[in-house]
Design a protein. Structure first.
Length: 324
């Protein structure tokens, strides 16, 4: 297939691009390099530097002719979205609307979108099925849910074939590519930065949650498993239908359990500094991935230790991330 990958210079987009290339697909990456890294663009992919808000360059890029689009490009920092919601609505919602318009005009009718567990807000119970109420707790989550709805409506009205994959917590590395967000807000790379000696202590946000050890519980999925789900979802798309799938392992780990696992994997002591709760963090987010398991046969193959182990290897090979 000829694939257009928006956000293909970012963590998840670059690795999905590398997986697509390894499977024999052709890949063009559309990325504004605002947060992505040129060095993350895998060999063999074409890089088109452009912004989803620039309708002209988007139309030109999409017009080159593609069988499908993997749409990763987005702003993703929750506290920033609270402070500057307009940036999130513009980049994530208007940007996607521009993309959908361009795809309709060019006759590209298949799309897989990176949605998020953040659409569920604070769930009533876990594991969370796709039928759970969507009540995002942040403008970031609102912007992703708005796109899920936009895609459902576009499928119904114009025959787009689309899937929204609602990611839980993604980690790990693959094909020599890894996670290098700036600023980094995610737990695993922040814990590993301490193991690598780049920070003194892990900041632990909140120890008084209603969870077994008082710290937040999350569901971690390896980037390789996550990437595999994209291609299963892509193969199964049907015109006029919008598929929605959660992507998690179904198992929850507390922040303290993640730190303990990282101590084992890295052999480093990993001191912890307790901090107040981080605004907007739900106590427990664990996916039910039953739907994608039964519809597409997807099963995660990597556990938390493998996720942290692969992230740690990548960090040791790239001590300065993509600035090397
Ligand atoms: N967290 C933490 N220290 C960090 C980064 C994250 O204690 O340096 C906590 C965070 O408060 C949350 C969990 O780890 O409870 C997972 O956060 P992350 O940002 O990785 O993912 P999220 O679940 O927010 O998407």
């Amino acid at each position: 297939m000829r694939l257009l990958v928006t956000g293909g210079a970012g963590y998840i987009g670059s690795i999905c691009s590398a997986v697509a290339l390894a499977a024999g697909h052709r890949v063009a990456i559309f990325d504004n390099l605002g947060h992505g890294h040129k060095a993350a663009v895998p060999a063999g992919a074409e890089l088109v530097e452009g912004d989803l808000l620039d309708e002209g360059s988007l139309r030109d890029a999409v017009g080159a002719g593609f069988d499908a689009v993997l749409h990763f490009a987005a702003l993703i920092v929750v506290p920033e979205s609270v402070a500057r919601p307009e940036r999130y609505y513009r980049n994530n919602v208007v940007g996607t609307l521009n993309l959908v318009d361009a795809l309709r005009q060019a006759g590209v009718r298949r799309l897989v979108f990176s949605s998020t567990a953040a659409v569920y807000g604070e769930p009533e119970s876990v594991p969370i099925p796709e039928s759970a109420p969507t009540r995002p707790a942040s403008p970031y989550g609102n912007s992703k849910l708005a796109v899920d709805r936009l895609l459902a409506d576009e499928c119904a009205a114009h025959g787009l074939a689309a899937a929204s994959l609602r990611y839980f917590n993604v980690g790990g590395a693959l094909h020599g590519l890894g996670e290098d967000h700036r600023p980094e807000t995610h737990l695993i790379p922040n814990v590993l930065a301490v193991a690598a000696g780049r920070a003194e202590a892990v900041e632990l946000f909140g120890t008084d949650y209603d969870t077994p050890d008082g710290t937040c519980v999350r569901d971690y999925v390896h980037i390789e498993d996550l990437a595999a789900a994209h291609f299963l979802a892509l193969e199964a798309l049907e015109a006029g239908r919008h598929d929605v799938y959660n992507l998690g392992s179904g198992s929850g780990y507390s922040v303290l359990e993640v730190i303990e696992t990282a101590r084992r994997v890295t052999g480093r002591p990993l001191p912890v500094q307790e901090r107040p709760r981080r605004p907007g963090d739900a106590p427990r987010l664990v996916a039910s991935s039953q739907a994608i398991a039964s519809a597409l046969g997807w099963q995660p193959r990597h556990d938390l230790e493998a996720i942290i182990g692969d992230a740690w290897s990548w960090m040791q090979e790239h001590p300065n991330g993509y600035s090397d």
